[in-house]
Design a protein around this ligand. Structure first.
Ligand SMILES: [Zn+2]
Length: 248
């Protein structure tokens, strides 16, 4: 029974984030008037409030007619799925809800990176504060893991920044580095390493497929956010298992 409540909570939370996400981009109040369009942020009306259905009925913004990225599927369905996965993995409702909130933050960052190539500070830095305050409550985590993970991640981010300088500003954005810091505080040192490995591997495979298919040229912009999010969610759910499996 608990899992049904957890799935429902994930779906509702994802739907609420979908409606409010456009406010994360600029100076709007975060809980201001809901909108589904990150370009003009026209107020949501009528049918647009409906979870999932609203996005299918109105795939374009009625005000500026720009095509809306299907974040309504990613956030509502992804929220439900990640809350459920956290419950199955952690076997505790409170930990599942906390883990689910972090998964949802990474899904929201995936959406903002795909829509606007932005990883808004509002989401990333709020996530860092929430992680410092609560991540030690997650299974297998201690306060030492939180701080050590954060410190290693910041060191890693600074190192990556220095390495990426010769490739120009497009190679790795400040937003990506802040997301890595968030991953460190949330995951602790071992799961952070697993998560960064998964993110790098998946991004590398994706770039190789695009290059092989001549869809992109070397040096073209590829959003890193979705791969970092994939690594972070996998690290949160299975980081310690993967670490143990590898180090055995
Ligand atoms: Zn619009």
């Amino acid at each position: 029974m608990a899992i049904v409540a957890v799935i429902l909570a994930g779906a509702v939370a994802g739907w609420a984030v979908d409606l409010l996400l456009s406010n994360a981009y600029r100076a709007n109040p975060l809980l201001g008037a809901p909108s589904r369009c990150p370009d003009c942020r026209a107020r949501a009306r009528g049918v647009e409030f409906l979870p999932l259905i609203g996005g299918f009925v109105r795939p374009r913004c009625p005000a500026c007619s720009s095509r809306l990225w299907p974040r309504f599927v990613l956030l509502a369905a992804g929220g439900a799925a990640s809350f459920a996965a956290c419950y199955l993995e952690f076997d505790d409702v409170a930990q599942a809800l906390l883990g689910g909130v972090f998964c949802l933050a990474f899904l929201a960052l995936t959406a903002t990176d795909m829509e606007q190539r932005l990883l808004p500070d509002r989401i990333v830095l709020s996530g860092v504060i929430l992680a410092i305050c609560t991540a030690w409550l997650l299974p297998g985590m201690t306060m030492t893991d939180v701080l050590l993970g954060g410190a290693i991640a910041i060191g890693l981010a600074v190192g990556l920044l220095i390495l990426s300088l010769p490739f120009g500003s497009g190679a790795l954005g400040m937003g990506d580095l802040k997301v890595i810091a968030l991953m460190g505080f949330l995951l602790g040192p071992r799961s952070l390493i697993v998560a960064v490995f998964i993110a790098t591997l998946s991004a590398g495979l994706f770039a190789a497929v695009l290059l092989a298919g001549r869809r992109r040229r070397f040096g073209d912009y590829i959003a890193h956010g979705p791969f970092l999010a994939l690594g972070a969610i996998a690290g949160l759910l299975w980081g310690s298992e993967l670490w143990d499996w590898y180090s055995e």
